[in-house]
Design a protein around this ligand. Structure first.
Ligand code: ADP
Ligand code: MG
Length: 611
């Protein structure tokens, strides 16, 4: 048979890479701005036309490029930022893959003007779809200007897929803000269709936040600082009363790079516990500095997802730091804007306001211990009601264990409903509708809960706490279960062992390539071992590249999904009431881990209107 394998021509390879790097105009903006920062620019101008579809231009006053470098910068894997694999683990720059410019040039018309400090004339390079059209000498300012025109001109399908100019501009502004926020020492400008959207001078972090989010932000910010051997945290949180219904002002930066982390988000939100109205999200602008060697930013092409070596410690430290600031904020409400307040601790106790409600701060809180001390804010769903959970799988509930459960889980969150007189009464009669909904009454009407989603939420929060804060309890199996898995699956399981152990699994690997399960989380029925592990492996295989998920969160979610009571399952009255109580002891009882509505209240008015 003739040979059939061919090497892809470079321009095809570049177009494929472009699919990963460039999703929309804002991806180009991100790459260009990051290159300018890496080039040491102190002034950066971003000019866009028609939401970036017609033009995206970034002009900087950074180091510029020599004529050869200018040409090379568009080659794939051309980078000045790493020269050995070892450099990868000690990154101080934003870029390192050397594929951004090559990818962008593959799908657009690019004009590059650049000049280094010690050259009198600069270079003008024109590229169209990976083809160099011209290279000439030109007079230009020191620094680099890259204009990207007609994005996706040669991939109509991608171009048609773009949203309206307004939507694309919104994405561009998001990227711009993420970068501008964490580089307040760089001046930025943004123009769209000739009008100026932002003009940010060099300033400090606090001023930059206020510049971007408006003067009203000024009084809302509370500084957060913490330094441990693992991480240096600095930045601001917004006072709880300004928490918003919509998300959008939540920013984490790891080593000056914007990151998304639902796991660390959870840490911050849990520190606000009890201070937020239902369905509101606190604003925050938090910078974390960790040893570059302890962080892996290589796992996602658009690099907003990172992997930290020591997530658990980071979680606990962050939560403690935010709690600490919230505690201090109540004794010193007003801060001086002019000072760069993020570096010192500008609080004094002399301004104590006698009328302010106090927040209990656990002075003994040690983020590194297992948080057993009193006053810790572990979710009220404690280990003690484990028995109750087993009962949920068992329709023939045992009266005794449930009365005990009710007493222990009556720490019902008083903020579930708008006013406290509308709390769910735990002794309330409830019934099941179509073996799917639990119907009960609250003062304001009828409460209808989706049983499966409710249980997913409860288990999810519980497992997340087990993984992150306090190790889950293990039930040792009388007869260890041996399972066979493929090599790939074994590899994944080995990687997951630390988190699985924290969930309560006791897993060993035998010499003959088998997985031996000696113990499982106490809230998990023994017969579900294979289903749960299969689900974890399957979702790991498909969910790896997805944004937004850390290992911990994703594991908790998968376990919750697999173990939650299903629709169609009959629940005893006791199980129903345990489910209701535990749901409202959750931090977010309204939404399932997949952001679906868990319960609705049919108001008395609504009912009256029907008569
Ligand atoms: P990476 O940033 O991963 O190195 P890029 O494709 O984004 O890869 O850029 C390739 C190279 O081009 C960079 O390593 C850098 O040397 C050079 N370069 C890109 N943009 C600029 C700029 N604005 N100023 C100076 N050099 C630049
Ligand atoms: Mg780059």
């Amino acid at each position: 048979m003739a040979d059939i394998i061919k090497l892809l021509p470079d321009h095809v390879a570049n177009q494929i890479a472009a699919g990963e790097v460039v999703q929309r105009p804002s991806s180009v903006v991100k790459e260009l701005l990051e290159n300018s920062i890496d080039a040491g620019a102190k002034e950066i101008k971003l000019i866009v036309k028609d939401g970036g579809k017609t033009l995206i231009q970034v002009v900087d006053n950074g180091v510029g490029m020599s004529p050869t470098d200018a040409r090379l910068s568009f080659e794939r894997h051309a980078t000045s930022k790493i020269s050995s694999a070892d450099d990868l683990f000690n990154l101080h720059t934003k870029g390192f893959r050397g594929e951004a410019l090559a990818s962008i040039a593959a799908i657009a018309h690019v004009d590059l003007h650049t000049r280094t400090e010690n050259e009198d004339v600069g270079t003008l390079l024109k590229i169209e779809g990976s083809t160099v059209v011209s290279q000439e000498v030109t007079a230009t300012a020191k620094g680099t200007s890259i204009a990207v025109k007609n994005l996706f001109f040669n991939i109509p399908a991608r171009r048609n897929f773009l949203k309206s100019d307004q939507v694309e501009l919104r994405h561009i502004i998001d990227e711009f803000q993420r970068i501008a926020l964490v580089h307040p020492d760089v001046a930025f400008q943004l123009f769209n269709n000739g009008s100026e959207y932002f003009n940010l001078p060099t300033e400090n972090f606090r001023q930059r936040i206020v510049h971007i989010f408006g003067n009203k932000t000024k009084e809302r910010l509370v500084p957060v600082t913490e330094e441990t051997e693992v991480v240096k945290i600095s930045g601001f949180i917004c006072k709880p009363q300004f928490a918003k219904k919509s998300r959008g002002e939540q920013f984490f930066f790891a080593n000056d790079r914007f990151i998304k982390s639902p796991y660390l988000h959870h840490a911050v939100v849990s520190a606000f516990e009890g201070l937020l109205k239902n369905d509101t999200y606190p604003g925050y602008f938090l910078k974390m500095e960790v040893n570059p060697r302890s962080i892996d930013i290589n796992i996602h092409p658009t690099k907003t997802e990172v992997k930290f070596d020591d997530e658990h410690t980071l979680y606990a430290t962050l939560r403690a730091a935010v709690k600490h600031s919230l505690g201090q904020f109540h004794v010193a409400p007003v801060l001086d804007f002019e000072r760069d307040a993020n570096l010192d601790t500008p609080y004094s106790f002399k301004n104590r306001d006698a009328h302010m409600p106090t927040v209990t701060v656990d002075a003994n809180f040690n983020p590194f211990s297992n948080e057993k001390s009193s006053g810790s804010s572990r979710a009220p769903v404690g280990k003690t009601n484990v028995q109750g959970w087993q009962e949920l799988y068992d329709v023939e509930g045992n009266e005794d264990s449930f009365s005990q459960l009710q007493m222990e889980s009556d720490a019902t969150n008083p903020e579930i409903f708008e006013s406290t007189d509308e709390q769910v009464e735990s002794k309330q009669i409830s019934f099941q509708l179509q073996r799917k909904y639990i119907v009960s009454t609250v003062k304001s009407g009828l409460l209808v809960i989706d049983q499966n989603r409710a249980h997913q939420r409860i288990l999810y929060e519980r497992f997340l706490t087990d993984i992150t804060v306090e190790k889950g309890v293990t039930q040792q199996l009388l007869f260890p279960v041996e399972l066979d898995f493929g090599r790939k699956e074994m590899g994944i399981l080995k990687e997951l062992v630390p988190n699985l152990t924290r969930l309560g699994f006791d897993i060993a690997f035998s010499d003959n390539a088998k997985v031996v399960i000696n113990g499982i989380p106490v809230s998990m029925p023994e017969h579900s071992i294979t289903t749960v592990l299969d689900a974890i492996l399957a979702s790991h295989l498909e969910g790896q590249g997805k944004e937004h998920f850390t290992h911990a969160e994703w594991l908790a979610r998968t376990m919750g999904k697999k173990l939650a009571i299903t629709n169609g399952q009959v629940l005893s009255v006791e199980s129903q009431s345990a489910l209701v109580n535990d749901l409202f002891a959750c931090k977010e009882p309204k939404l399932s881990p997949d952001q679906k509505t868990i319960y609705v209240i049919v108001g008395v008015n609504e009912i009256e209107n029907k008569f």
